[in-house]
Design a protein around this ligand. Structure first.
Ligand code: SF4
Length: 455
């Protein structure tokens, strides 16, 4: 869909642009694609006074849509001269509503219209795709050490609570070689962690006769050369993947290359009770999910498993929730993102009866979050003595196992490096109210010295 708002009589092409992004990593990547393309065409990125405001929206919950509409209206009130282009999932799900908001001049959904060439045409700039390097992706993620790389879009599943397949379509994979080149460019721009993202990344390759583990095998081979022309150590983070789609080949690769693939998997569980999983139209049982966790854990050194869990899904009983707590504990999650169910209009779940009262959902959310913070503390204690690599922002960084780790400045001479290999040390801290909080410190691994030879 690429519908300019009817009746607009603007003819000037904008000279400056501002970006506002809602939602997931895939959306942030999409914004960066536009940012680079528009930047190549000379649109200067500025603040609130920009001629053009691109609002890349999310529609995953009704609340996400409400927030985006509210912001777009505010832009209209506060900067009436700004012309607004709305892109992303909300632009796909409710274009008519958006088009009625003052200042909104373009509503560009997730299809062809959102491609930079078409986007530029919409705003009055005829371009040669060659000149923009389209569709080769991005070259940097300005202001970040870690860069997102979208490897596919869309999803072939139909979870009962999810609107995403309706607004992003079927799973479409980007070519492996294109992605390998993009990794190379991102590392050359100074990014030492590349986070693979998409909508359903475990389905990468299904539409082109390949598989996600084959893509991983290709990407780990990329020789990274940093901004100064010297080889650098860089790593991939798989980010979010369905547990049942982590195959043995992928686990073997992660076990062989802990330097290149962070030992962390975010595996959405959604529920730990079979009746709820079935009602959600998820395709696995609790036993299958747990089996995947045990299989992966058996091969890797203290991997971090994080997950999304939806509580208060229609029909979820107290017993189902208790089972979810027990399953999450057995899975060994180190962090859980808990979402109370909210009915997304347009999804089958929005039509379901047996609604769980909101206060019960809130209680379940609190109970699960509290349990999860205890699991994370225990995980940190267990990491004492483990090796890891920290991607640093100053003297604090993110470990491969997705933990914040601090480094004593005295242990690093001069400017902190981009990334450093460390041995993790458990460093308990007593808070002002007397609680012990588990923190982690990293002791840099000393380069090995050649053995002394005695004659
Ligand atoms: S797997 Fe389910 S929750 Fe995930 S994007 Fe697809 S339909 Fe939505």
């Amino acid at each position: 869909m690429d519908t300019p708002r009817g009746g607009s009589n603007h003819s000037d092409t904008p000279g400056s642009v501002r970006y506002v992004t809602f939602g997931c990593k895939a959306n942030q990547y999409d914004t960066q694609v536009l940012r680079e393309a528009l930047g190549r065409r000379g649109l200067e990125e500025t603040g609130p006074g920009a001629d053009l405001v691109v609002v890349n929206t999310c529609t995953v919950t009704a609340e996400a849509g409400r927030k985006a509409r509210q912001l777009i209206r505010r832009i209209g009130r506060e900067t009436p001269a700004a012309r607004v282009a709305v892109t992303g999932c909300l632009a796909e799900s409710e274009p008519e509503i958006l088009r009625e908001i003052p200042n909104v001049e373009w509503v560009l959904g997730n299809g062809e219209a959102k491609r930079p060439v078409n986007f530029l045409r919409q705003i009055g700039q005829e371009v040669d795709p060659e000149e923009l390097g389209i569709p080769a992706g991005i070259t940097e993620f300005a202001g970040h050490r870690r860069a997102f790389l979208k490897i596919q879009d869309g999803c072939d599943k139909r979870c009962a609570f999810c609107i995403i397949p309706h607004v992003r379509g079927r799973s479409t994979s980007r070519p492996a070689e294109e992605l390998a080149s993009e990794v190379q460019r991102l590392v050359a721009s100074g990014h030492v962690e590349i986070v693979l993202c998409g909508i359903h990344i475990g389905h990468w390759g299904l539409d082109i006769g390949s598989s996600f583990s084959a893509l991983l095998r290709r990407l780990v081979q990329v020789e990274g050369v940093g901004p100064h022309g010297r080889p650098v150590e860089w790593r991939l983070r798989v980010s979010s993947i369905e547990a049942t789609e982590v195959d043995d080949d992928m686990v073997a690769l992660m076990a062989d290359r802990p330097d290149r693939i962070a030992p962390h998997l975010h595996m959405p569980m959604q529920s730990g009770a079979d009746p709820v999983l079935k009602a959600m139209n998820r395709w696995y049982t609790v036993a299958e999910y747990l089996q995947a966790c045990h299989r992966i854990r058996a091969r890797l050194d203290r991997p971090a498993f994080t997950a999304d869990i939806l509580v208060g899904f229609p029909g979820e009983t107290d017993a189902d929730f208790e089972r979810t707590l027990a399953t999450a504990e057995e899975a060994g999650f180190t962090k859980v993102h808990v979402f109370p169910f909210s009915a997304r209009p347009g999804t089958p779940a929005a039509e379901m009866g047996s609604r769980v009262p909101p206060e019960v959902s809130r209680e379940r959310r609190a109970a699960l979050s509290e349990a999860a913070s205890g699991w994370e503390e225990a995980f940190r204690r267990d990491l004492h003595g483990a090796r890891d690599r920290i991607v640093l922002e100053g003297f604090v960084g993110l470990s491969g196992r997705y933990q914040r780790v601090s480094i004593d400045p005295e242990l690093i001479e001069g400017v902190p490096p981009d990334a450093i290999d460390v041995v993790l040390e458990y460093a308990p801290e007593i808070t002002s109210d007397g609680r012990e909080v588990a923190r982690l410190r990293g002791r840099p691994v000393q380069p090995e010295r050649p053995a002394e030879v005695s004659l």
